[in-house]
Design a protein around this ligand. Structure first.
Ligand SMILES: [Zn+2]
Length: 251
């Protein structure tokens, strides 16, 4: 459970109840969130591979290296970004319905390697030549994937692995083509709720007031029991405190 973020409160006004759940910060630096996000991505890698194999596509796990003259992660990442747009175009010419699932790796020497699952069906020689032409390393590897259950061990090594400090801001840990299959949203009755995101004690107290006034029961999502209080670690403004006290007949 992520401890960095606030609460998500989902109101069902008709049923006079609200579900309280811990929000996630979704930061790769957060131990809880990175573990959760990594396992989701690994699941999605396997799902996509299974779907492609199922429709008779060839799936490869490829490794593309960076140019040997580039020494830092930031430099290799910058060159990769421009190289990818033309490499992508070349791959699209090979496979119109191209699908990919790409994970970067920070290699021992600090430079970026890129691993991708894709259905481009290009040979190792083609990839070596085409990567090199675009300023990437001359070493590339193509492994045929015939068993989708192997994919977790391929990408699991890299998804969520620490990339160190010189990673550009907003750097995405996994990139997929738009058509790479997604995990369906759970159909668990939470979808129709009106959600509010609460990050401070003051905002939480206003929720308490509202629920009290409208006889709405607050339910803990984890336990299914009546929600117990939580300290979100912020100072309550005197104004909120006043409203709160008035609402509870304390002033
Ligand atoms: Zn978190």
């Amino acid at each position: 459970m992520c401890m960095n973020s606030g609460l998500l409160i989902g109101f069902d006004y008709d049923a006079k109840r609200a579900i309280v759940a811990r929000a996630n910060c979704d930061q790769w630096t957060c131990k809880e969130c990175s573990a959760r996000m990594a396992s989701r991505w690994i699941l999605r890698a396997g799902m996509g591979t299974r779907a492609l194999l199922g429709q008779g596509d060839t799936v490869d796990f490829v490794t593309i290296t960076s140019h040997e003259k580039l020494k830092t992660f930031a430099d290799t990442e910058r060159v990769w970004r421009s190289a990818w747009s033309t490499l992508y175009a070349a791959l699209k010419r090979k496979k119109k319905a191209l699908q990919f699932f790409t994970v970067p790796e920070k290699h021992k020497d600090g430079r970026m390697h890129v691993h991708s699952l894709w259905n481009a069906n290009v040979s190792q020689t083609w990839l070596k030549n085409n990567a090199r032409k675009r300023g990437l390393g001359y070493q590339a590897k193509v492994i045929h994937v015939t068993d989708a259950s192997r994919v977790a061990s391929y990408v699991g090594k890299y998804v969520g692995k620490d990339l160190g400090a010189d990673v550009p801001k907003g750097f995405r840990r996994v990139r997929t083509s738009q058509n790479w299959i997604d995990i369906p949203a759970p159909n668990n009755g939470l979808m129709g709720l009106t959600w509010e995101y609460v990050t401070s004690n003051g905002a939480l107290e206003i929720i308490y007031l509202e629920c009290h006034a409208k006889s709405i029961a607050l339910i803990d999502y984890e336990t299914g029991e009546i929600w117990d209080d939580i300290d979100l670690g912020t100072t309550v403004s005197s104004q909120v405190s006043k409203i709160y006290k008035e609402g509870r007949g304390l002033s």
